[in-house]
Design a binder for this molecule. Sequence first.
Ligand SMILES: Cc1cc2nc3c(=O)[nH]c(=O)nc-3n(C[C@H](O)[C@H](O)[C@H](O)COP(=O)(O)O)c2cc1C
Ligand SMILES: O=C(O)C(=O)c1ccccc1
Length: 389
Amino acid sequence: MPQYGDYQNAIYLAGLSGVVPEWPVDHATLRARAAAHWPASVRDYVQGGCGDEATQDANAAAFGHWGLTPRMMVDTARRDLSTSLFGRALPSPLFMAPIGVNGICTDDGHGDLAAARAAAATGVPLCASTLANDPLEDVRAACGDTPALFQLYTPRDPDVAASLVARAEAAGYAAIVVTLDTWVTGWRPRDLNTGNFPQLRGHVLANYFTDPAFRALLPQPPEQDAQAAIMTWAATFGRVLTWADLPWLRSLTSLPIVLKGICHPDDARRAIDAGADGIYVSNHGGRQANGGIAAIDLLPDIAAVVAGRVPVLFDSGIRSGTDVIKAVALGADLVGVGRPYCYGLALGGADGCAHVLKCLLAEADLLMAVDGWPTLAAVREAGARRTDR
Ligand SMILES: Cc1cc2nc3c(=O)[nH]c(=O)nc-3n(C[C@H](O)[C@H](O)[C@H](O)COP(=O)(O)O)c2cc1C
Ligand SMILES: O=C(O)C(=O)c1ccccc1
């Protein structure tokens, strides 16, 4: 059972010898350092969001109005953060949310493989995006023994969709995460003002370019005419899914299917009734629709409806280990982090990414130690209280 808080001791001990951490341990400094490292186009794409970014900001700020209540005289000398997903043991509830431009987060263009290596090093699963700069088979292999999830942006062409899912199953992914909120991209002023749209430069299309069903749509292979291949991809991206499509998705795979982007309890109820194997509460980090309620504020009502029948995954606004614990307290089984791990990739590749994950886990673990919760079940039982009403 890893004692994640030991990462703090390692930093202090190194400090005794005059060694300071190579990368920051807090989100604000990490974010600023990554912003200074990246070209403006990458910075704006990753850090930006929809409209005036009110929902994006609210996602993080809303953790502030949920409070935890410590309990004393409990033996928390050892903490157990372990859990499981679809029968696979996991050392903690943390996972890496799917990020379509991981590739461009690192200087070498292989951020997807770097994130996968961080998964292998830490045991924190990666949910690999359809839109990756490295083929899904290579990404899965680089995850080593750590389970991985495959996020599907469902192409309009059903053969391409079926092929991507079949490849993910053959490659050994543990589940298919179908994103529901991004068949079209939201209104993103930072990118619009610069005409910056990374996928149209082909950075994220390795899974398509290597796909036999996609290649069959092209008059010439992508190696000969990349621009035409990118335009064909743009024409097939973004199937509008409805509940009527779920049986078809189900028919493509025997893997568990998780629906990402659920924000309403009635949608969670309907998803379970229709056979979804997992509910993923997320508003896409405020990148898709502005004007929404902070994701963490949506979680308790959805968790109540799900009532343990299927796992509840959560992301949007996680910036610290304390946020991870609050999400568990409010009903998440697994907690996804998005932008922060991109910052780690930028500053230190796989090692920088692993550092960010270890910091989140160390803070979560130390919070459990101090506040009297030896297990995630104890965190869940303690819950969190809204402090602003
Ligand atoms: C640069 C970037 C690219 C993303 N690409 C995808 C993607 O390919 N598929 C997907 O389902 N979600 C994608 N997301 C959304 C994340 O999976 C996640 O929902 C969000 O980042 C969580 O919010 P956070 O960044 O505040 O932690 C992306 C987010 C960012 C920041
Ligand atoms: O930017 C995003 O949020 C996202 O999901 C995406 C969409 C297309 C290409 C790359 C990422």
